[in-house]
Ligand binder design. Structure first.
Ligand code: 13P
Length: 253
């Protein structure tokens, strides 16, 4: 089986001014120069994309957006399109984060349109899925994920999905300090991979990277990464500090 290259991604959410973001990016670059065995991405607020790109452009750190709209241009006040994100240096786009689903009305249908828009311009989608605490407690985790993954990828075919990344972020673990255990996360990642296999075949299910997100920290990353179906992490709080994020990036050391 092909070795999947780990991806450690930082979602900076609505934190840091452009100046602060560029400064943290610079501190990160200094700490990860020479890292060659892990893909690294940071997703600052869109106001900070261009200044952060200036700092990271010749480094191992890639740029990601936290959201995008599915049309390329038009009268859509306040939105930003996939081609615009590409043009300021983005390589990745986070799509369907639970905070967007919860506060900004994103649905499986809009997530699907956004994934298609990203793929069309060669922006790697980081497609987020995950169950709430209530859904887990009522044993709906697998059915919720089945619906999110299936509907989020509807009308896409495996040939289009080689740049897709899935991020499993249990909502109850985000910003709570309550990480899923290694075994809990592995169980769900294995399930997501089996869904990808069922819908798109085993070439894609073998190669697709599935990240875990939810209170990832320097002291729990190694355990998570030792699980066979966990291929990286989407980090919130601990990615805001260059030192802690670089420790997560260097989880093998
Ligand atoms: P925390 O790492 O702060 O729990 O956030 C996870 C997350 O939402 C990343 O997208």
């Amino acid at each position: 089986m092909e070795q999947r290259r780990p991806l450690i991604a930082g979602n900076w959410k609505m934190y840091k001014t452009p100046e602060e973001a560029a400064e943290t990016a610079q501190q990160l670059v200094e700490r990860v120069t020479g890292v060659t065995d892990v893909d690294i991405m940071i997703a600052p607020t869109c106001a900070a994309l261009a200044p952060v790109f200036k700092v990271i452009k010749n480094s191992p750190v890639a740029l990601g957006a936290q959201n995008l709209f599915w049309e390329n241009e038009g009268a859509y006040t306040g939105e930003i399109s996939a081609p615009m994100l590409k043009s300021v240096g983005c390589e990745y786009g986070i799509i369907g984060h639970s905070e967007r689903r919860q506060y900004f009305g994103e649905t499986d249908e809009t997530v699907n349109k956004k994934i298609q828009a990203a793929i069309q311009v060669g922006l790697k989608p980081v497609f987020c899925v995950g169950e709430t605490e209530k859904e887990r407690e009522s044993e709906q985790t697998f059915s919720v994920l089945d619906k999110q993954v299936t509907k989020g990828l509807v009308s896409l075919v495996s040939e289009q999905l080689d740049m897709l990344i899935i991020a499993y972020e249990p909502v109850w673990a985000i910003g709570t300090g309550k990480t899923a255990t290694d075994a809990q996360a592995q169980e769900v990642h294995q399930f997501i991979r089996s869904l990808v296999e069922k819908n798109f075949g085993n070439a894609l299910s073998d190669s697709i990277r599935i990240l875990y997100g939810g209170s990832v920290k320097p002291d729990n990353i190694a355990g998570l990464m030792s699980m066979p179906d966990i291929d990286g992490a989407l980090v919130g709080g601990a990615s805001l500090n260059a030192e802690s994020f670089s420790q997560i990036v260097k989880f093998k050391n």
